[in-house]
Design a binder for this molecule. Structure first.
Ligand code: ADP
Length: 505
């Protein structure tokens, strides 16, 4: 072990961070940005610069898309599904072997606790690659019995083929940088596509390190290209690119609307995983200990920076006071610090900008008359003053129409809302523009299923929260987006269907 931060990191992490500059991965080569520009990525726990990164822009996106096109038409499409599967599996093995290194790098760049990186992000990323490598050999069409009523007695063989879409552009956010990258790469590659990945400007490091593993795994040059850069430049260039066949975007609903507009030029297919303001609902008959834990983890996991955060906590009136008090008590005891400190339970927010945004929402909540039970201010500890730390906040007496109960805060701010009856609740729970996930805590099995039916969300968790898996589809309804990542349904996003007729007459 060597030391490059206040905490020990693996030699592989130090030597990666020691690079004078992290370059773009285009066509299997590490390249400077055409403009020669770089940007800095920082450790959000203390604002220290972690590295300089080549700043991709439209010209670099052009080069990356051209490389992806060449790889798609060349080596990648010549490989059999089983050969593709082996390469993806190999990438999973390499990632698994270097899990500790990737967890440290992710924690440094994003701020999340090392426990979350190690126990959550890394095993899931490895599993996603393995799951989709298995699918590579199982993507198939069907034979369909056609009748052709205007040609009585005619005989045809009709079959469908699932073909790769081509070049996939993937724009991902900073909250789960590696996981999001892999969640896009794994199905795209399994289906036979090539990819241009644009990581978020706040967290480019694990995607770039993953690019090194892609080459080490023997995945042909140009199959995976990584072009870090800013959203309005590199991101927008990818979204509007005329030779990108499919765009997968994860980020804010606002930017989601922009990329849909930008995609219109060549009518590329788009899938969107956008914001949320998800209800996490506790009925009085629930296992209250489990529900209390679920309320806490639902909103505070990853510093609340989850699109699926259980940000609107609804509690049945008879249990409202004790549960909200318990949530605030627990929030007050959360140990904050740099993610690499094994004692840290909650790291910093991603950036100064995000910190100010979240503080602004706390002020809005107070102005609107919600009662702030705890937190909501910058962490006062002297050791944390250079980082973007905010004390986890709990607002009680929130009414569903308040700004803090309607807009996605993307930070550790819980809004707790009482309800009296199921009918009253359902209207409130569904009463936002979003529909990503919902949680329900109850021991009444009929009620659980009634709620699963009534809640407008892409995922409903009953007596659990924040569970995800490579096999379970993920995506939203309403303004939380469209399309599904993960599970067999992801294959639909990354393939297109061809219909073939053979005249047998
Ligand atoms: P957040 O608010 O969580 O940062 P964004 O939606 O702004 O979410 O960012 C998610 C991803 O979208 C990032 O990779 C970002 O660089 C990219 N992005 C931001 N603006 C645009 C844009 N106008 N066009 C394409 N991509 C963008």
């Amino acid at each position: 072990m060597t030391t490059t931060t206040a905490f020990e990191v693996l030699p592989a992490v130090s030597s990666f961070l020691d690079k004078p500059r992290h370059k773009l991965l285009i066509g299997g080569q590490w390249a400077e940005a055409a403009s020669g520009r770089t940007f800095e990525t920082v450790d959000p726990s203390d604002g220290r610069v972690l590295g300089k990164v080549a700043e991709g822009d439209a010209e670099d996106v052009d080069r990356a898309v051209a490389a992806a096109r060449r790889a798609f038409q060349g080596p990648w499409s010549r490989l059999s599904p089983s050969e593709r599967a082996k390469l993806i599996y190999k990438l999973a093995d390499l990632l698994e072997k270097r899990s500790e290194e990737f967890a440290q790098l992710e924690t440094l760049d994003n701020g999340k606790s090392i426990r979350e990186s190690t126990r959550g992000d890394l095993p899931l990323a490895v599993d996603l690659l393995r799951y989709f490598s298995g699918w590579a050999t199982k993507i198939h069409g069907e034979t369909l019995p056609v009748s052709v009523p205007y040609y009585p007695g005619a005989k045809f063989l009709h079959y469908t083929v699932r073909e790769p879409v081509g070049v996939v552009g993937a724009i991902i956010p900073w909250n789960f940088p590696l996981l999001m990258a892999v969640e896009r790469l794994a199905p795209a590659l399994a289906c036979g596509n090539t990819v241009v990945l644009k990581p978020a400007e706040q967290t480019p490091l694990t995607a770039l390190r993953l690019g090194e593993l892609v080459l080490e795994a023997g995945i042909p040059e140009g199959v995976v290209n990584v072009v870090p850069g800013y959203g309005p430049t590199a991101g927008a260039a990818l979204a509007r690119h005329m030779d990108v066949d499919k765009l997968t975007f994860t980020g804010s609903t606002e930017v989601g609307r922009e990329v849909v507009k930008a995609s219109a030029g060549n009518l590329k297919r788009v899938s969107l995983e956008l914001g949320g303001k998800s209800p996490n609902i506790v009925f009085a008959d629930a296992d209250l200990d489990a529900a209390a834990k679920g309320m806490f983890m639902g909103i505070f996991y990853n510093q609340g920076q989850c699109c699926s955060a259980g940000a609107r906590i609804f509690v049945e009136k008879s249990k409202f006071e004790p549960l909200v008090a318990a949530l605030a008590e627990k929030a007050k005891t959360v140990r904050q610090g740099p993610g690499l400190d094994p004692k840290t339970q909650m790291g910093p927010l991603i950036s100064k900008e995000q910190l100010e945004r979240v503080l602004g929402y706390v002020e809005a909540g107070k102005r609107e008359g919600a009662r702030l039970l705890c937190g909501g201010e910058r962490a006062p500890e002297p050791g944390l003053k250079n980082g973007y730390f905010i004390k986890p906040a709990v607002f009680s007496e929130v009414s569903p129409d308040m700004k803090i109960a309607q807009e996605e805060i993307f930070g550790p701010v819980a809004t707790v809302i009482p309800f009296e009856s199921e009918e009253d609740l359902i209207a409130k729970a569904n009463g936002t523009i979003y529909g990503l996930v919902a949680g329900v805590w109850t021991k009444d099995i009929k009620r659980a299923f009634r709620m699963a039916q009534a809640l407008k969300a892409g995922t409903v968790w009953i007596n659990c929260y924040h569970f995800v898996d490579a096999a379970a589809p993920w995506g939203g309804v309403k303004q939380s987006g469209y399309g599904r990542e993960k599970g067999p349904y992801a294959l639909e996003q990354y393939t297109q269907l061809k219909s073939v007729w053979v005249d047998l007459n």
